[in-house]
Every structure is written in C-alpha cells, then in structure tokens.
Design a protein around this ligand. Structure first.
Ligand code: SF4
Length: 263
C-alpha cells in the first residue's frame, strides 16, 4: 500500500507534473475537512470503497488518491444505460490516477425479465424505481455485502431529499443487524460551486457532458441538460416529482425509502 500522505494536500503522488494546478491546502478548507474524513474512514475500515458515479464526485477520487495512491478502492455502477462520454470519462480517471475502477453490472436474468415484460423505457411510464432496482440497487447491494463502509459524493445542496445530510451515517438501507454498514459523505457540506472550484483549481478531469449543460449525470435516458437557473437535479427523472429524485442508492434520504433491507 502506498505511503499515507500528511494531512495536507500536496502534489498528486502519481503525477510527475504534480505541482501543476495544485493549490495550497490552506486555500481549500472544505478539502482539508474532506481529506480528514477520508483518512479517518480508511483508518477505521479495511473493507471500504469509494462509489464513483462518473460525475463530479471525481473529487473523492482525487482526494482519496492522495492518501492511498493507486491502491484507492473505487467502484462504479455500470447500468448499461450510461452515456458514452461517461464511459470515456471513467477510463480517463482510471488512467489519470492509476486506480482500478470495479464496474458493477446488473444481473442479466433480472434485466432480461424486465426488458421482455416491459421494454427498454418502462421508467417513463411506470417510474424509475423498478429499473433502478435492477440496474443500480441490486448490484450495489451485492457489492456492499463485502464492505463495511462506503464513501459517496452526496452533497446536502443537491436535492430536497439530501438536506441535513451528515458527513458520517449508518447506512439504514443496506445494513442489517448482523452486518452494519457505515456511509461517509465527505462532500456533504460542499456546494456545487465548491466542487467546480476544486475541479478547476486542481485541474481534476471531469465528464465532458458538463460542458454541454449537464450538471447531475446519471443514465442517458434519465438525464438531460438544465438551464442556468434550474436546480441540477431537475435534469434527472424530469417527468417525476422533486421528492422522487433518488434512485434508491441513498434510500434513507427519502421519507419512505424505496428499499429497506430488513434486519
Ligand atoms: S436512471 Fe433510468 S435507465 Fe438508469 S437505472 Fe434508473 S430508471 Fe433505469
């Protein structure tokens, strides 16, 4: 495992040009806070991984790689409906940081049953819950069976369902009495502007869809660009109510979770 970094943000250990675009830690107090959260998480849990969605939570990868280098454990849900730009971005991140990104795929039999019964766009008619359950929630659940903690890029300002989001929480959706799971949200107190300030100042790679007006990026059929005065989540599942804009990965954010693992 790579040498842990000191509690400062310095040049990236795997970039020969590491000084380029690297701001002193004192300029980025939120980044220092997030780095401290990550260091504590990695010290406390061996079976832990970063959830990378292919959108702006690449900041987590950038910070995490400063601690664990290319040993940073990262997984991503490849639903089979992502934009090509998202796949290319994941590849850019993999090469840039030298990390392995484990991609989690849906169960082919479950998927075939859904598509056979309802086609490829049933979410427009029946809501996104059923498709997300197969393409996202089930693969995540299978992954979390082998983890004791995971790290997400959720922010409190992303949605009404995420207001009051804590930095560390028990994952009520995926824990059981026999297997408690912690969830770390190191960016909980960041705004979208903070994230983009970090990305620009530190020259972190980003999904090129953001240059086309996309802000919150998920699957291709369920994501569209938003205007300058729209909330970022308005581009997700736009045909549904604002309170439904969770896919179940963070089910405890909604009053009536889409899926709860019974203890
Ligand atoms: S975001 Fe859309 S396409 Fe992706 S899993 Fe959910 S409903 Fe299916």
């Amino acid at each position: 495992m790579a040498e842990p970094s000191p509690n400062t943000i310095g040049p990236h250990p795997h970039r020969p040009d590491g000084a380029r675009g690297m701001e002193p830690a004192t300029d980025l107090p939120l980044a220092r806070e997030a780095l401290g959260v990550l260091e504590g998480a990695f010290e406390a849990f061996e079976r832990i991984s970063v959830s990378f969605s292919g959108a702006e939570d690449v900041v987590l990868v950038d910070l995490g790689a400063r601690i664990l280098g290319s040993d940073l454990p990262v997984f991503s849900l490849d639903t089979g409906r992502l934009h090509p730009e998202t796949h290319r971005f994941m590849e850019t991140v993999r090469e840039h940081y030298g990390v392995t990104i484990e991609t989690l795929a849906p169960d082919p039999d479950e998927l075939a049953r859904l598509v056979r019964a309802k086609g490829l766009f049933s979410f427009y008619r029946d809501g996104h819950g059923e498709c997300c359950a197969i393409r996202k929630i089930a693969p995540l659940g299978r992954k979390l069976e082998h983890l004791d903690a995971w790290i997400t890029g959720q922010r409190a300002d992303q949605s009404v369902t995420r207001e009051g989001l804590p930095i560390v929480q028990d994952d009520l959706a995926y824990s059981s009495a026999a297997h408690p799971i912690r969830k770390f949200n190191p960016l909980a107190n960041w705004t979208g502007e903070d994230v983009w300030d970090y990305i620009r100042r530190r020259e972190v790679p980003y999904n090129l869809l953001h240059d086309q007006g996309f802000r919150s990026i998920g699957c291709e059929p369920c994501t569209r660009p938003v205007g300058p005065h729209q909330h970022e989540r308005e581009g997700r599942w736009w045909w549904e109510d604002i309170g439904d804009k969770e896919c179940g990965l963070h089910a405890q954010n909604v009053v009536e979770p889409l899926r709860i693992v019974e203890p």
